[in-house]
Structure formats: C-alpha cells, structure tokens
Design a binder for this molecule. Structure first.
Ligand SMILES: Nc1ncnc2c1ncn2[C@@H]1O[C@H](COP(=O)(O)OP(=O)(O)OP(=O)(O)O)[C@@H](O)[C@H]1O
Length: 234
C-alpha cells in the first residue's frame, strides 16, 4: 500500500556550533496510508520536531520528507501552506478553540476556507456532539471540547490527522471517548492518524508503534491484535 509519509535521512539541527541541538539525527520512516500510528519516546527525543516537519509547520535541515509523492522539503512556503490547508488536520493537548464562538462556529472557521469540506453538522455528529452545536467551549467538558477540536480538524476531510498529546489533559473516561473518536475517524474517513503521546498504553490501539530516542527511531512494531480504547489501561 502507498505511504502517506516517507522520510529519508531526515535531520533537524537547532542553533550552531557548540550550542547546536541535534533534534533529528537521520530519520528513515514509512507511515502507510490509512494507519493509526503512535509515536512514543522520552521528552526531548524529537517527536514534536518530526511532527512539525511532516505537518508542514517547520523545515528540515537535511534529508527528505515525502507526503505521498510530494517532497515537502522542496516545497515553497506557499505550497507548504496549501499542503497544510488541504491535507492536514491538527489536534493539540489544549484544544485551542475560540472561546467566543460556539462549537458550530469553531468548526465553520475551517469549513469556510477548505477545498472540499464536510458539512459542519456531519463533522460534529461524527464526534457525538450533534446536539451540542450551539454550546460555547466554557459550557462543555474537556473531553467535549477536545471532540469539537477533532470535528474542526476532520471537517476539511484531511488525508492525515496529527494529534499531539490529545488525551493529555483528560481523565480516563473522557480520554477513552476521545480515542474512540480517533478510531472512528480512521475507520470511516480512511485518514492516516498520527498520535504523539507519553501515555504508552495508547500504543495498544495503533496499527504501528514507533519508539523514538535521542532524535532517531529505536524501534517500529506492528500490532497483530489492536486493542479497543476500552481495553487500554490508563
Ligand atoms: N525551536 C527550538 N529551538 C531550539 N531547540 C529546540 C527547538 N525546538 C525543540 N528543540 C530541541 O530539540 C529537541 C527535540 O525536541 P522535541 O520538542 O522535538 O522533543 P519531543 O520528543 O517532542 O519532547 P516532548 O515529549 O517533551 O514534547 C530538544 O532537545 C529540544 O530542546
């Protein structure tokens, strides 16, 4: 099957000389289309740096990062912006919703500029919030706010969903509900889902688990049997 992402010898160095930080030290990676991939590793091992580069938010120092057959490392800034706008959804730990807008309006921020968006009501129904569309973020729980953030990310029909600690601020019950939604998005929309997390047990629901250490991949494992979010220890 085709890969959503392929990287070859990807490096990222911040700063220069004695102060240089080698955040990525030559990463060769394949992320097949339609998989849920969980990226684990200690703080500072380079996970967010990798996510930022393949998400089109930052540039590599050397090496190649392909999205399908397009070379992100060779793209102009404008093409990277179009790549993010048309293909990529982001979900962060702290939701980043606009507090003065309702759930519906938060999702509309994306559907108004996307190329081929979903209906707003469809996106919010997919995350189980079809009946809360006119609520403001302050009227919703953390898990509900995260589900609005996921609805916003999927409403553009992205090829790939990047999730940086998506359950980091949630208790086990709401965290599991959010993982169910990510499972659904993967199964129903076919989107490749990349989750960066310190919650190692989340790896149980992945098709593929990548362990990062010191700016490089230490291991890649595929799960013969994937767990349901309900079976994950918290
Ligand atoms: N903008 C920056 N300028 C300088 N150094 C940076 C910058 N961003 C990250 N780094 C450094 O690069 C290394 C990798 O950081 P990165 O954020 O990718 O790690 P991480 O695995 O995502 O960590 P965490 O799990 O804590 O989020 C760290 O040593 C970090 O201090």
């Amino acid at each position: 099957m085709a890969n959503t992402f392929t990287t070859k010898g990807l490096t990222k160095t911040y700063g220069e000389g004695a102060a240089a930080v080698h955040a990525l030290r030559g990463v060769d990676l394949e992320i097949p289309k339609g998989e849920i991939v969980v990226l684990l590793g200690p703080s500072g091992s380079g996970k967010s740096t990798l996510l930022n580069i393949i998400g089109g938010l930052d540039r590599a120092t050397s090496g190649q990062a392909l999205f399908e057959d397009q070379d992100l490392t060779a793209m102009s800034d404008r093409d990277l912006t179009l790549y993010r706008r048309d293909h990529v959804g982001f979900v962060f730990q702290f939701y980043n919703l606009m507090p003065s807008l309702t759930a519906r309006e938060n999702v509309e921020l994306v559907t108004e500029i996307a190329d081929d968006p979903m209906d707003v009501a469809t996106a919010l129904s997919m995350v189980g919030l079809g009946d809360r569309m006119d609520h403001f973020p302050a009227q919703m729980s953390g898990g509900e706010q995260q589900r609005v953030a996921i609805a916003r990310a999927i409403a553009k029909n992205p090829n790939v969903l990047f999730c940086d600690e998506p359950t980091g601020a949630l208790d086990s019950k709401t965290g599991r509900a959010v993982l169910h939604v990510l499972n659904d998005v993967n199964a129903k929309l076919g989107a490749t889902v990349l989750i960066v997390t310190h919650a190692a047990a989340t790896a149980g629901m992945a098709h593929r688990v990548i362990h990062f250490a010191d700016g490089a991949i230490r291991s890649v494992k595929t799960n013969a049997h994937r767990l349901s979010p309900d079976e994950i220890a918290w």
